[in-house]
Each structure stands twice: as structure tokens, then as C-alpha cells.
Design a protein around this ligand. Structure first.
Ligand SMILES: Cc1cc2nc3c(=O)[nH]c(=O)nc-3n(C[C@H](O)[C@H](O)[C@H](O)COP(=O)(O)OP(=O)(O)OC[C@H]3O[C@@H](n4cnc5c(N)ncnc54)[C@H](O)[C@@H]3O)c2cc1C
Length: 408
């Protein structure tokens, strides 16, 4: 029997993995990509080092408007240790563990090794790579699919995998063409939003702290959602970035998109809570308020927080009034982080929302609306936090879609 002809649109993380596994499963595979070399997001990921996978997976950290049960089922289809074995064994890319950040990187610390390793492996499995081909649409055709490519003849296939990504960092090739085509085919697209994106601020006091970086606990909340994260925080010239900010940013972004902009972001600037700060602010000889805060925080930040609490920095702790102490503790433990916007898709590491997980078979990633159509990666309604979670999702959904598409 002739092998199934599978076309994969998008040579990003998910599509390349789908092509590899469709070919490994015996299909005749063509991988179509708009850019000249594919995998552009892999190249820029993890600051050029590519955080390929996390050290461990906390499934509850994924965000979706679809069923969390379906999401978990999909994630578990390719367990983390098997993914690690695939990279190290099949691709020959040893991974190094970074214990303090709970991340895995290629031991070479070169994202290019991951991108090139995947594409080379795809070619070795017999995948035909067609770069600089921009897909303009696709439609069901004689029991299979027909794919239209700008300026080139249409391509037909038995099964089609859509791995065109979301809307983030459009100059990597993903601009939403796939999502628009899927919507036109009747797929329900949960509202799209920029996620893992920096926040902006017009607070002169905080913007002056640009460059200061250290761990905090951030909580973003609006009427409908809440997200909290402990991790790195960075003051930038016009706002905030770092893992803790990126990981809670979707709450702010969605609040803005929904027009109420009521999201509040609060910060616990140190691991100390109310009781510990009460203790730290008790009289200690000639120690001043500045001395007490600088013992726990970068100097310039300590000074800014004292000013925010409207306390005299030179006040000796033994003379600190109760109302001043309460204001200081409030700022230090539940300080309001002023924000006025976000950096949007230009800087977003992922796109939130996408095709409802209810509309794919969690085992094969086949569309429940259109037989022979498979979806994977960021086009789907799920994203995870910083730390290799989003590649984990791309690899798992890509593999499942490739295998599903190759099966008769
Ligand atoms: C700056 C940055 C850093 C990141 N770092 C990490 C990290 O360290 N770890 C992590 O886990 N995640 C990271 N991510 C997230 C991760 O890169 C994405 O989650 C992942 O790449 C999504 O994979 P995908 O294949 O679904 O989409 P994409 O990687 O976006 O791939 C989609 C592909 O489809 C192609 N395409 C789109 N439309 C068409 C069309 N019409 N015709 C032909 N081709 C088309 C695009 O050119 C692209 O190659 C980072 C993201 C960014 C932006």
C-alpha cells in the first residue's frame, strides 16, 4: 500500500517535530515553511541558548480556556523523560540541567544546535523541506487536502498538519495565517492575547531603577483571574520584565483587552512576610529605616520604597511610629506595582488562546471537525510559564500530530 502523503505547514518547533514523527511512522512528508530556514523562534529562544525543556513539569502552571483535563492528557502523551531521551538519543544533542532555574539547555548552550539538529533529523527521515514557501490557504479536497502556496502550484496530500504558530514576534514567520484559515473552516478560536510579555509603566520612581534585577513574588489579579509567581524581576527603562513579570502578564493583558483594565499587580519584594518585617523594623540600637531595608534589598530600591511609604529614611527604628511601620510593611509585602500597559506581541514569548482543545482528539491531535486535519503547537489554546514549558507543549503536540497524520 502506498504510504500516506502528509504535508506539515510551519517548520517551527511543533511542525518540525510533527514532520519527524510522521516520517518515522512511514508517511511521505513535505514540510512547508515561509522563512528561508525555519525554526526562527528556536534560534532566539532562551537568550540564544534555547531552554529546550524544563527540569520537571507542574501541569497546573499551564494556562488554557479549554478543559485542563484535555490539556493534561495531551501533555502526558509524551512524558518529559522520553522527550529528554529523544533529544539526547535520537538527535544526539546532550542536555545540561540548570538546577537553580529548573531548566534544561543543550550542553553546547547554542540554540542553533537544536534548530539545525531537528531539521537535519527531519531530512534524514526523508522529509522534503520546502523553505520560502508561504501558504495562503488550505481546503478539503477529494478525501484529502489541498494547500495553496503564494506564487507556486498547489500541493495535495492525504493528511495536513497545521503548525503555523500564533501571533507573537511576527518577524519569526508566524503572523496568524493558520489561525485565520482554521477559523474560516469553522474552528472555535478562544480569544487570542499576548502572553509572557513585559509590562510597561510611567512611574518615574520605578523607571529610574532600570537595570536592577532580583527575585520577588508577584501577584496579578482582576475580577476573573489571578496568577502568582516567585522568580526573577527586572526594572527596565519603561517598565518591568523577568520571569515573574512575564509569567503573570497574561492577567494584565487580558484585563486590558476586555476593556476594564482593573488588574492589580502587587509585589512582595523579599521573602519576608508581615511578621518578619515587623521584627526587622523593631528598634536595633542606632539602626535607621534605610539600614533595615538596605539589609534586604538593593540600595536604590530600598530608598525608593521608603519614599513610597512616605517615611523619613534617616528615622532611627526606635523612633519609627506605628503608622509609618504599617505603611512600610504594606509597601514591602503587598506593594502596588504601577503599570500602564504591556509590550504586546512584539515581545510576547507566546500567544495565549487559540483553537479550543475540545476540537482536537487528545491522542492524535486530529480536528474533530475535519478528518485528515491535525493541529499542534501554539495554534492551540494553551501556553505554559517560562522554563521550557512551551517547547514541551510544541514537542508533545507535534509528535502526536505527526503520528496521527501518518496513521491510516
Ligand atoms: C523570544 C522568545 C524566546 C523564547 N524562549 C523559549 C524558551 O527558551 N523555551 C520555551 O519552551 N519556549 C520559548 N519560547 C516559546 C517558543 O518559542 C514557542 O512556544 C514555540 O516556538 C511555538 O512553536 P510553534 O511551532 O507552535 O510555532 P512557531 O515556532 O512560531 O513556528 C511556526 C512556523 O510556521 C511558519 N509559518 C507560519 N505561517 C506560515 C505560512 N502561512 N506558510 C508557511 N509557513 C508558515 C513560521 O514561519 C514558523 O516557522 C520563546 C519565544 C520567544 C518569542
Amino acid at each position: 500500500m502506498a504510504s500516506r502523503r502528509v504535508v506539515v505547514i510551519g517548520a517551527g518547533a511543533a511542525g518540525t517535530m510533527a514532520a519527524i514523527f510522521a516520517a518515522k511512522s512511514g508517511a511521505q512528508v513535505t514540510l512547508i515553511e515561509r522563512t528561508k530556514d525555519g525554526g526562527r523562534k528556536i534560534l532566539i529562544s532562551g537568550g540564544g541558548r534555547c531552554n529546550v525543556l524544563p527540569l520537571s513539569v507542574d501541569e497546573s502552571r499551564f494556562v488554557t480556556d479549554s478543559s485542563p483535563n484535555v490539556l493534561r492528557k495531551i501533555l502526558r502523551s509524551w512524558p518529559l523523560d522520553e522527550q529528554v531521551a529523544f533529544f539526547e538519543g535520537d538527535l544526539g544533542i546532550p542536555l545540561a540541567e540548570e538546577r537553580e532555574s529548573l531548566k534544561r539547555f543543550p550542553a553546547s548552550h547554542k540554540a542553533r544546535d537544536v534548530r539545525d539538529g531537528l531539521l537535519t533529523h527531519a531530512a534524514q527521515q526523508g522529509v522534503t523541506l520546502r523553505m520560502e514557501c508561504s501558504v495562503t490557504g488550505f481546503a478539503a479536497h477529494e478525501g484529502g487536502w489541498r494547500v495553496s502556496i503564494a506564487g507556486q502550484p498547489d500541493v495535495t496530500c492525504d493528511a495536513l498538519v497545521v503548525a503555523t504558530g500564533g501571533l507573537s514576534v511576527p518577524n519569526t514567520g508566524s503572523d496568524g495565517t493558520g489561525l485565520r484559515a482554521l477559523a474560516a473552516l469553522g474552528h472555535a478560536i478562544h480569544p487570542l492575547y499576548a502572553a509572557l510579555t513585559p509590562l510597561t509603566s510611567n512611574s518615574p520612581a520605578f523607571n529610574a531603577l532600570s537595570g536592577i534585577s532580583f527575585p520577588v513574588t508577584l501577584t496579578a489579579k482582576d475580577g476573573a483571574r489571578s496568577s502568582s509567581w516567585t522568580g526573577g524581576f527586572l526594572f527596565t527603562h519603561h517598565g518591568y520584565s523577568g520571569p515573574s513579570v512575564l509569567n503573570v502578564s497574561h492577567v494584565v493583558v487580558r484585563s486590558r483587552l476586555e476593556g476594564d483594565a482593573s488588574a492589580r499587580v502587587t509585589v512582595r519584594w523579599t521573602p519576608l512576610g508581615d511578621r518578619e518585617w515587623e521584627e526587622a523594623l523593631k528598634p536595633q540600637g542606632a539602626r535607621t529605616v534605610t539600614g533595615a531595608l538596605r539589609a534586604e534589598l538593593p540600595d536604590r530600591l530600598a530608598d525608593a520604597l521608603i519614599a513610597l511609604a512616605r517615611v523619613d529614611p534617616q528615622r532611627v527604628l526606635s523612633e519609627l511610629r506605628r503608622d509609618e511601620r504599617l505603611r512600610l510593611v504594606e509597601v514591602l509585602v503587598r506593594g502596588e506595582l504601577p503599570w500602564n500597559g504591556d509590550e504586546g506581541y512584539k515581545k510576547a514569548e507566546v500567544t495565549g488562546g487559540g483553537v479550543s482543545l475540545a476540537e482536537v482528539d487528545a491522542r492524535t491531535m486530529e480536528s474533530r471537525l475535519h478528518p485528515g486535519l491535525y493541529l499542534c503547537g501554539e495554534v492551540l489554546d494553551a501556553f505554559g510559564p517560562i522554563g521550557g514549558y512551551n517547547f514541551l507543549w510544541a514537542w508533545a503536540t507535534g509528535r502526536a500530530a505527526g503520528r496521527g497524520a501518518a496513521a491510516t
